[in-house]
Write a new protein. Structure first.
Length: 478
């Protein structure tokens, strides 16, 4: 299997045409009852599932992922997201009564949630179904139209979904459209959208934030992560080892929430490292679409050089590296690497590696692990592994990360009642939960004077001292 070359940019004419159609579709779609929007989206998702084998083939060709990983993470994740929002949208988006001080006893206040219009999604290459469609679902349910700019390295999955929307005949023409290409197309999406949601590197996310700020466009950014996994001496070693290997190597290590640093207390460090090495040796690696494999390949060619650089730097600074051999440059195949005796000054502990690398560092105490965990400018996810849940919950209060697991990792993303997003340079805004749906709306405050309808307010003209004293008295009682 050869990797896929990036696709050519959408032309300016195509960009203008699709945004014009999408803008028109948004005006129609927002008038559909919420229940009807959900019904139609459920129908198209069911149609997509009927062509699941075709979708899997496209995803596998683009990414080299194991088929089981595509089914569980990419397709299974969308199922969780759709079920959560379809079941909870009416509660989250219904008009919310707003309490008022008793002095306004004759008024009624509430909050209404109004669709933003056209939402632009700019998404990365590592999870080409779950990330873009996982954002499109709540945006569409909330009453918006969507323009998606996927990575130029994994555009075919997005185009497959676009074709399914069009061929279904269920939606206003232009409701969900895809534009392909590099950062120039992404810039055009920001300029023409009413809101932008970006997922990708912190470096690119900073550019998106600047562009959106210049245009006064709301932006949600989900950027890099450097997940610290803290393993205390009373942890279940077997579970922690299996979690470290899966959490760091799933999707060939190309997950923003994947384990990127492992801190293990001294007492169990040698056993932990040995068990991780043994577990990694059992993994099956390949590109077969028919056989059972655990690891595939890298997706983005430049990532291979990042991994090489990080492993060479670790070796030069005294780390013990096992694995990491390049199996096939052209197919981007690399064996997973275990980096023992990692140190904070190594690139593999400082920068996002985004590959199948497990750096493991010994620590003398939970406090040292917390300190090291918080050194990173990234704060997306983290985890603590211990048999003392109370201790772990206390430690989580000191971790600078938006998503934290205790004896668990990565599952948060599909427990969609939990908001998902980062601290520090990992971004702002949230996916999922109430925040993740309402962010696709503007809140509109409505105040109704109900009775007596003809009476003027005390605070209207003309100002008079007796009215001012009465208002002051009533304010003290409020």
């Amino acid at each position: 299997m050869e990797t896929i070359s990036p696709i050519e940019n959408s032309s300016l004419e195509e960009i203008e045409h699709k945004f014009h159609r999408t803008r028109e579709a948004s005006e129609i779609w927002k008038k559909y009852p919420l229940s009807e929007r959900i019904r139609l989206l459920r129908l198209v998702w069911n149609q997509i599932l009927k062509r699941k084998e075709d979708l899997i083939a496209v995803l596998h060709q683009e990414t080299g992922k194991p088929v089981d990983e595509i089914e569980t993470i990419e397709i299974g994740g969308i199922n969780f997201i759709f079920k959560y929002f379809s079941r909870n949208a009416s509660r989250i988006l219904r008009d919310q009564p707003a309490p008022a001080p008793w002095i306004f006893f004759n008024k009624r206040a509430y909050i209404r949630y109004v669709p933003r219009g056209v939402v632009g999604l700019i998404t990365p290459w590592n999870v080409p179904l779950l990330t873009p469609f996982g954002d499109a679902i709540p945006a569409l349910i909330a009453g918006n139209a969507v323009v998606l700019k996927p990575s130029e390295w994994t555009s075919q999955t997005a185009l497959f979904i676009e074709r399914m929307f069009i061929s279904s005949g269920l939606f206003p023409d232009g409701l969900f459209r895809v534009l392909v290409g590099d950062g120039k197309v992404g810039e055009a999406v920001i300029e023409r959208s009413d809101m932008v949601v970006f997922t990708g590197s912190t470096r690119t996310g900073r550019k998106v934030a600047i562009k959106a700020a210049e245009l006064l466009k709301p932006a949600v950014l989900e950027m890099g992560g450097k997940h610290p996994m803290i393993v205390l001496k009373d942890a279940s070693l077997q579970r922690a080892v299996k979690a470290a290997v899966w959490g760091g190597l799933a999707n060939c290590g190309q997950l923003c929430v994947g384990v990127e640093r492992i801190f293990v207390e001294n007492e169990i460090y040698p056993s932990f490292v040995d068990m991780v090495r043994q577990e990694v040796q059992t993994l099956r690696q390949g590109l077969s679409i028919s056989e059972e494999v655990d690891l595939g390949r890298l997706i983005f060619p430049s990532q291979l050089e990042v991994i090489r650089l990080h492993l060479e730097d670790a070796k030069e600074k005294g780390a013990e590296v096992t694995g990491g051999d390049i199996l096939d440059d052209k197919k981007l195949m690399i064996r997973p690497a275990v980096v023992a005796n990692a140190r904070p000054d190594m690139l593999v502990m400082q920068q996002e590696t985004f590959g199948p690398v497990l750096p493991i560092m010994p620590v003398s105490s939970p406090e040292e692990a917390l300190h090291l965990a918080n050194l990173s400018p990234l704060g997306l996810s983290a985890s603590i592994w211990t048999s003392d849940i109370s201790k772990a919950e206390n430690l989580t209060r000191h971790i600078e990360a938006g998503v934290i697991g205790i004896n668990d990792l990565l599952s948060h993303y599909v427990i969609c009642s939990l908001p998902f997003g980062g601290f520090k340079q990992s971004g702002f805004g949230r996916r999922h939960g109430e925040e993740g749906l309402r962010q696709f709306c503007q809140s509109q405050s409505v105040l109704i004077h109900e009775w007596p309808s003809q009476a003027p307010e005390l605070w209207w003209f003309p100002y008079e001292r007796w009215k001012t004293r009465l208002i002051s008295f009533l304010n003290r009682l409020a």
